[in-house]
Design a binder for this molecule. Structure first.
Ligand SMILES: [Zn+2]
Length: 72
């Protein structure tokens, strides 16, 4: 999965937002990524325009959940 750059602050320090827990196959790695800011947890309510990327610098959330899931 290629990482985007935050459109707001141009930082590459961007984590992916996981909607639900279905992608957490490796629990140890999952928690490590969660702590390091590589991934973020979204809510359980899924709408049509959920962001997929979370900027760790300015907390901006952007991107499309649907498009990235196809790329996984
Ligand atoms: Zn940013």
């Amino acid at each position: 999965m290629k990482h985007p750059i935050c459109p707001k602050c141009k930082s590459a320090n961007v984590g992916v937002i996981l909607w639900g827990y279905q992608l957490a196959k490796d629990k140890e790695q999952f928690e490590k990524d969660l702590t390091s800011g590589k991934i973020h947890l979204g809510g359980c309510i899924i709408s049509d325009d959920d962001p997929i990327w979370h900027c760790n610098v300015c907390n901006n959330e952007f991107g499309s959940r649907f498009r990235t899931l196809e790329e996984l």
